[in-house]
Design a protein around this ligand. Structure first.
Ligand SMILES: Nc1ncnc2c1ncn2[C@@H]1O[C@H](COP(=O)(O)OP(=O)(O)OP(=O)(O)O)[C@@H](O)[C@H]1O
Length: 230
């Protein structure tokens, strides 16, 4: 099985607009960054990897699964962390949220409820179990989202602007947590320093790949481009 995220000549339209225009990419690195101005297509592109969006033309292959044929299997393969944890968390307590993830990964409901506490324990958060989710801070909620995704054992973690509402210390803690994950990680972010230790950064512009390579070079070129626009 090829452990890569592949787009072959992918075109995607949303609301009548071409959002991705013949994009071909093969992402096999463990740490991949995606940058670009607002509306360049970053969120749309990563949503192809878990079946939230479907390409209009071309082919998407996620760690060996053809996205068009195996759409149902993609969410277990690719875990998503979004900008706003409130959009992701659906249950009133931490334990219920984690239990739901475990159920999604195939455990029967009663077993999932029992397994939630040991799962939280693995992340040093067993004491959160009965906490109401609304009483968690933004950083804690984002941490819970990551736990809820990780317990499903995905091969890929996609983080789409996960830092936007976090203060700097909380952001650094989450970055450290993400840095230690064994999974392939795809990070969409506007905080360009986040990519320093990444293997590869792809710069998307108006639905096409504008530059692709080592973080230092791609980020420097993007900064120069953005400065010239300002
Ligand atoms: N739900 C939607 N319906 C129709 N068009 C959409 C929808 N969401 C996004 N688009 C359009 O798709 C294009 C790409 O949006 P996308 O969210 O992928 O960009 P992005 O690079 O992630 O931007 P940002 O940095 O602002 O999050 C935009 O022009 C946007 O208007």
């Amino acid at each position: 099985m090829n452990a890569s995220l592949r787009l072959d000549n992918v075109t995607l339209t949303r609301g009548g607009r071409t959002v991705l225009d013949g994009v071909s990419l093969e992402l096999a690195e463990r740490r991949v960054g995606l940058i670009g101005t607002n509306g360049s297509g970053k969120s749309s592109l990563v949503r192809l990897f878990n079946g939230l969006l479907t390409a209009d033309a071309g082919r998407v292959v996620v760690h060996g699964l053809d996205a068009a044929e195996k759409a149902d299997e993609l969410p277990r393969k690719v875990g998503f962390i979004f900008q706003n944890p409130d959009h992701q968390i659906i249950f009133p307590t931490v334990a219920e949220e984690v239990a739901f993830s475990l159920e999604q990964s195939g455990l029967p409901r009663r077993e999932a409820a029992k397994a939630a506490i040991p799962a939280l324990e693995r992340f040093g958060r067993a004491h959160w179990a009965e906490r109401p989710v609304h009483a968690l801070s933004e950083g804690e909620k984002q941490f819970l989202c990551i736990i809820a995704v990780l317990v499903m054992g995905p091969a890929v973690i996609v983080l789409d602007e996960p830092f936007s509402s976090l203060d700097l210390p909380t952001r650094r803690r989450l970055e450290a947590l993400v840095a230690g994950l064994p999974q392939q990680v795809v990070l969409v972010a506007h905080e360009l320093d986040a990519f320093a230790a990444y293997d590869r950064v792809v710069w998307l512009h108006e639905g096409r790949v504008r530059m692709d390579g080592a973080p230092g070079e791609v980020v420097a070129a993007y900064r120069a481009f953005a400065e010239a626009l300002a």
